[in-house]
Ligand binder design. Structure first.
Ligand code: PLP
Length: 408
């Protein structure tokens, strides 16, 4: 008799966004004439820029010629892309990351999930609260999170590190010793960031406690302020204690094309139980070779075009477009009487829900009274209660319209 992975039964009922979709469908079926503005899911709306489309067309053409056709590629990514990433995202910023420390994949979501393959389920895990739900759920799936407590909304084995207005969205170092630390900066969902000094405390903690930081910088390109680290490796000593995840999804609109990368520095090593030194870079490379067949050639050529000077200019225009939306949302919400956070170094605005309402009650109110869909903060963790996430990824027209409705 076969068995199933019963850890899955500990997952909380429905994934946040499917609950939102269900509520939205219900409302739409009862109010077919109402025009709804979606500011919930963090998907982009701007099309792929011409420079990248051109590179993809060229790569497609190469596929029809026997001399340039490509079959299986290297599972870790083509050298041409790994070199570009190493140079443009790291070396040009004085960070010494080499191509063989970079692993190209089809998504940061998959990578932050799959990394647990090489880490196992015996680590004490810390997550900031609220948090991008994938970190938590993937730990639940491998049995590292323990039982769910309905009253607290927390898993018994997870160390929750609150980030909220009371601590200025700066997470405090855990009082209990932890092994794995997920940090997402700029943060989804709060849109807030840490400066170098604040991030350094975490790197120092990891070094002192032999912990590993899993650093998700999917929104790095949205940083507008100085002294905000784009990469954790800007912090001294971070290469010995951190893995960094990046994605072309929000940087270049690749949510449908799919391309991302993970940096596993050669410095990362651990003693196995028999005393041998084990390098995480080697383990991750082995994992990729065994379980992954690489990102398509066409996609990697598309990602390469991101680094052309024309590509950089064009994607910046889209990022600026979203950040202008963010400004409109921030200022519009403030004018309507709401307190907001984030939205300066990230395309997310974290709005304080009016006193007396839960974040789901505010969701219902905004949907039924203003026909605006956002994401209830509690869906990202218990400390998200009392907050609400709005995204800046919509069209300019809808963003302006939504803020007009908010102020009415
Ligand atoms: N990490 C964070 C913090 C995200 O918000 C997202 C997407 O919303 C991802 C990773 C997923 O990135 P990808 O599209 O590369 O899987």
């Amino acid at each position: 008799m076969y068995k199933i992975n019963e850890n899955y039964l500990e997952l909380q009922d429905s994934y946040l966004f499917s609950t939102i979709a269900k509520k939205l469908e219900e409302y739409k079926s009862k109010n077919p004439d109402k025009e709804i503005i979606k500011m919930g899911i963090g998907d982009v709306t701007r099309p792929i820029v011409p420079c990248i489309i051109e590179a993809m067309h060229k790569a497609v053409d190469e596929m029809q010629d026997g001399a340039t056709f490509r079959g299986y590629g290297p599972e870790q990514g083509y050298e041409f892309l790994r070199e570009k990433i190493s140079k443009c995202d790291y070396k040009d910023r004085n960070i010494d990351i080499n191509p063989d420390e970079i692993f190209v994949s089809d998504g940061a979501k998959c990578d932050v999930a799959n990394i647990l393959d090489i880490l196992g389920n015996e680590n004490k895990v810390a997550i900031t609260d609220p948090v991008y739900p994938v970190y938590l759920d993937t730990n639940v799936m491998i049995g590292a999170a323990g039982k769910y407590n309905k009253e607290t909304g927390m898993y018994e084995n997870i160390v929750y590190v609150p980030i909220k207005a009371e601590n200025n969205f700066v997470p405090e170092l855990p009082k209990k010793k932890v092994d794995l630390i997920y940090l997402c900066l700029p943060n989804n969902p709060t849109g807030t960031v840490l400066n170098k000094e604040e991030l350094k405390k975490w790197v120092d903690y990891a070094r002192e406690n032999q912990a590993l930081i899993l650093f998700d910088s999917a929104y790095e390109k949205y940083i507008t302020e100085k002294n905000i680290p784009h990469s954790i490796y800007e912090i001294e000593g971070a290469k010995e204690v951190s893995i960094e995840f990046r994605s072309f999804s929000k940087t270049a609109g690749f949510t449908g094309i799919r391309c991302a990368y993970t940096v596993v520095p050669k410095e990362l090593k651990r003693k196995s139980s028999n005393g041998d030194e084990v390098y995480l870079n080697k383990l991750w490379s082995r994992r990729m070779s065994t379980k992954f067949n690489g990102v398509s050639y066409i996609t990697q050529r598309a990602a390469e075009a991101v680094y052309l000077s024309e590509g950089q200019k064009q994607i910046k225009q889209n990022i600026d477009y979203y950040m202008e939306n963010a400004r409109i949302i921030r200022e519009g919400s403030n004018k309507a009487g709401f307190t907001t956070y984030g939205g300066v170094n990230a395309p997310y605005i974290w709005l304080k829900v009016p006193e007396g309402l839960t974040s789901w009650e505010f969701f219902d109110k905004l949907l039924t009274e203003k026909q605006i869909v956002g994401t209830p903060g509690v869906g990202f963790g218990p400390s998200g209660e009392g907050y609400f996430r709005l995204t800046a990824f919509g069209t300019r027209e809808n963003t302006i319209k939504a803020m007009e409705r908010m102020s009415m």
